[in-house]
Design a protein around this ligand. Structure first.
Ligand code: AMP
Length: 211
């Protein structure tokens, strides 16, 4: 049996930060579909060419392609003991495909970070990412605190695209959250607290789930 965690929540809720911390603590990889796709776009691979336009509009990449991307990633040896999913699943079809993929391997802990929409818009418009190491930073920072790298705004964090991503979340991803509410292992938590407070609670939930 492996250790599987699904981080749910809208864009800007803090999934990436929390998934990264948790994965480090558990010694399993964080699987961020957004990061995988952004890397494919910068590398100019076939996958990157297929998803670039959709991503820049803030829409969702097709389910079949996403399921293949995740299947390929979680079948690698470093994910044999488990993984923390960040940004997947985003639709009911993806959740069902994941269920099939995990069949017999263990029940995932599902943690939803709950943050109101006005706070999400505020966070996303102020978010910057490091061109050196990829960590998140804020508009007020002058350089990356981790590596000193240059900070840029993600194309899809521009105001117009942020609004579309939040609409897409409400339309396509919120119903998928309801799918997990009806299953065991689901826990909503208040994502408006400090990152350290959220980490402490996520860790507690996952530890309980494990035992
Ligand atoms: P994220 O970094 O998780 O906000 O993802 C950035 C963008 O990548 C999204 O707005 C989508 O265009 C695409 N993407 C990431 N994960 C998925 C997914 N599970 N299903 C469909 N599209 C995705």
């Amino acid at each position: 049996m492996g250790l599987y965690v699904i981080m749910l929540g809208p864009p800007g809720a803090g999934k990436g930060t929390q998934a990264e911390r948790l994965a480090k603590r558990l010694g399993v990889p964080r699987v961020s579909t957004g990061d995988i796709l952004r890397e494919a776009v910068s590398a100019g691979s076939d996958l990157g060419r297929q998803v670039q336009a959709v991503m820049s509009r803030g829409e969702l990449v097709g389910d079949a392609l996403m399921v293949e991307v995740v299947r390929e990633r979680v079948c690698r040896p470093d994910a044999a003991a488990g993984f923390v999913l960040d940004g997947f699943p985003r639709t009911i079809a993806q959740a069902e495909a994941l269920e099939a993929l995990l069949d017999g391997r263990g029940t995932p802990a599902v943690v939803e970070l709950v943050v109101p929409e006005d706070e999400l818009v505020r966070r996303l418009s102020a978010r910057r990412v490091c061109t050196g190491c990829g960590v998140n930073a804020w508009a007020a920072d002058t350089a990356c605190a981790a590596c000193g790298g240059r900070l840029v705004q993600r194309d899809d964090d521009m105001a117009e695209v942020v609004r579309e991503r939040l609409r897409v979340f409400a339309r396509q991803t919120q119903p998928m959250v309801a799918f997990y509410r009806d299953r065991g292992g689901y826990r909503p938590i208040d994502g408006t607290r400090t990152p350290d407070e959220v980490t402490a609670e996520v860790t507690r939930i996952v530890t309980e789930h494990r035992s």
